[in-house]
Design a protein around this ligand. Structure first.
Ligand code: NDP
Ligand SMILES: O=C1O[C@H](COP(=O)(O)O)[C@@H](O)[C@H](O)[C@H]1O
Length: 490
């Protein structure tokens, strides 16, 4: 899966180049890839948005973004200037056929006609089809072109299909790169390494030995400046339908034939298709949804979701789903998928709880072995095992831990997920992007829950900002004999 060499020359055309994502993630990612030598000298970045800006004005914004969002140790004044020389800007409404497409053509025509072009849609998904149609109308889509689609791909199955159909009118599936930035996290790819490169795990990775798997992505932030988007989305659409179901499919997939894109994506989609449906009348018992109310974080008072929003809302900021995968490997093993805004701490992790030893040697004192895969922060893994308690007079057991870091061997920082993904699109390497059938299978599974929640068929719980979540979630997981990681004895 490693593709760490320099790419061929490319023109990266970003729609939505004045937006938050471009400034916070995309420009810093491309700079960092230049810094490590993966971006060739001829490469160019062409920002477009409706805002009327000169190239110099846009470059000034880009410089400020790099200043604000690059880690200190990556800032290098000379390199930043070299990067900014690559940056161009075209004022353009991507949805209007009578806008400044000639200006974009003038910039693109400065490169050879067979130059790799990546069109990155960092805009609302409702614009994707119209932008694609204009790119086609003006002859910009060459055989060497790819398009990157930002999330969300729809808000349900029907809208996802409409977006996919709209873009597919102008791009072949092998030109379409649907971003899920969790797949670009090096630590998420470590799930594949841990599972398949270590016989001590591959040998026990099934219902025979595993009691349950928890997948959590908790954040301390609320909805920040994104309330308008978030309130129409909610935690399930924002995190579970995409990122966490991708993590689940990596945890649960059968060994792929190789690490080629379609082998891995075939293995993942088979998991998504094998998810046991949760019919609307089971949603109340198989899911928990909740909204945060006012609380405290790091000693400071934090307002509740409704106060932040300034309005009434039935949008969940916390969601849990219990998933079963109907394959022999995962027979009756619960997967708990959980996400939260305004949680106690930011953590994304996978907790694999193994079944207790069948040996009668230790009575009831043996606890479950547990593998913790810490996706972020403090990226690494821990294995909690039964060892003898040296202080006990008899043969009592206690948990001892083995830990390791996912840090690069050379001591450098783990690259941000967008770095890897943006250049994989240039390379035409789609393994870490989501195929259309994956998006649609994920929507199909979550849809009955979305419908049941919209129809109020499951109660809305509440939790204090700065807490781990609602009491209802504790009771929920206990019904299948488990406890949340933070509540387990360590
Ligand atoms: N921000 C984030 O952390 C994340 C964002 N995303 C997704 O990325 C996309 C962009 O998000 P974000 O940057 O936050 O959004 P912003 O609202 O900050 O930016 C939207 C961008 O789109 C441009 N735009 C709007 N209409 C048009 C148009 N008709 N033609 C050309 N450009 C247009 C805007 O510029 P102008 O008004 O000048 O045209 C602006 O540059 C969204 O789909 C979002 O869901 C996904 C994950 C995380
Ligand atoms: O896609 C999204 O992800 C972020 C969380 O990403 P992470 O890499 O910090 O875990 C989340 O805050 C945002 O609401 C969501 O749209």
């Amino acid at each position: 899966m490693a593709h760490s060499q320099q790419t061929a020359p490319f023109d990266y055309v970003i729609f939505g180049a004045t937006g938050d994502l471009t400034m916070r993630k995309l420009l810093p990612a491309l700079y960092n890839q230049l810094r490590v030598g993966h971006v060739p000298e001829e490469a160019r970045i062409i920002g477009t948005a409706r805002s009327s800006l000169s190239r110099d004005e846009y470059i000034a914004r880009a410089r400020e973004a790099l200043e604000n969002f690059l880690p200190e140790q990556h800032k290098n004044a000379e390199l930043i200037e070299r990067f900014l020389k690559k940056v161009h800007y075209v004022t353009l409404d991507g949805t209007k056929s009578d806008h400044n497409w000639d200006d974009l053509k003038a910039v693109l025509d400065q490169s050879p006609a067979d130059r790799i072009r990546v069109f990155y849609y960092s805009t609302a998904p409702q614009l994707f089809e119209a932008i694609s149609e204009n790119l086609h109308r003006f002859g910009f889509i060459t055989p060497q072109s790819r398009v990157v689609l930002e999330k969300p791909i729809g808000t349900d199955s029907a809208s996802a299909k409409a977006i996919n159909d709209g873009v597919s009118r102008f791009f072949e599936e092998n030109q379409i790169f649907r971003i899920d930035h969790y797949l670009g996290k090096e630590t998420v790819q470590d799930i594949i390494a841990l599972r398949f490169a270590n016989p001590i795990f591959s040998a026990v990775w099934s219902a025979e030995h595993i009691q349950s798997i928890q997948i959590t992505a908790a954040e301390t932030v609320g909805v920040e400046g994104r309330a308008a988007y978030y309130d129409t989305s909610g935690a399930l659409r924002d995190m579970i339908q995409n990122h966490l179901l991708q993590v689940l499919s990596l945890c649960a997939m059968e060994p792929p034939a190789d690490l080629e894109a379609d082998s891995v994506r075939d293995a993942k989609v088979n998991v998504l298709k094998a998810l046991r449906p949760i019919p609307e009348d089971k949603v109340a018992s198989e899911t928990v949804r909740a909204q945060y109310v006012k609380g405290e974080l790091k000693g400071k008072p934090v307002p509740g979701y409704l106060e932040e929003l300034g309005d009434e809302s039935h949008t969940e900021t916390y969601a849990v789903m219990r998933a079963y995968i109907d394959t022999p490997r995962w027979k009756d093993v619960p997967f708990y998928i959980r996400t939260a805004k305004r949680s106690t701490k930011k953590v994304s992790e996978v907790i694999v709880t193994f079944k207790k030893s069948a040996s009668s040697l230790f009575g009831t004192s043996a606890a479950s072995d547990r593998l913790v895969i810490r996706l972020q922060p403090d990226e690494g893994f821990g294995l909690a095992l039964n060892i003898k308690n040296p202080a006990a007079a008899g043969f009592d057991l206690q948990h001892g831990s083995m830990t390791g870091k996912f840090a690069p061997a050379d001591g450098s920082l783990i690259p941000d997920s967008y770095e890897r993904l943006m250049l994989d699109a240039v390379r035409g390497y789609p393994a870490l992007f989501i195929r259309r059938d994956e998006v649609e299978a994920a929507w199909a599974w979550v849809e009955p829950t979305l419908k049941a929640w919209a129809a109020n068929k499951a109660p809305m719980a509440h939790y204090a900002a700065g807490s781990y979540g609602p009491e209802e979630a504790r009771r929920f997981i206990a019904t299948t004999g488990d406890a949340w990681h933070e509540d387990m004895a360590h």
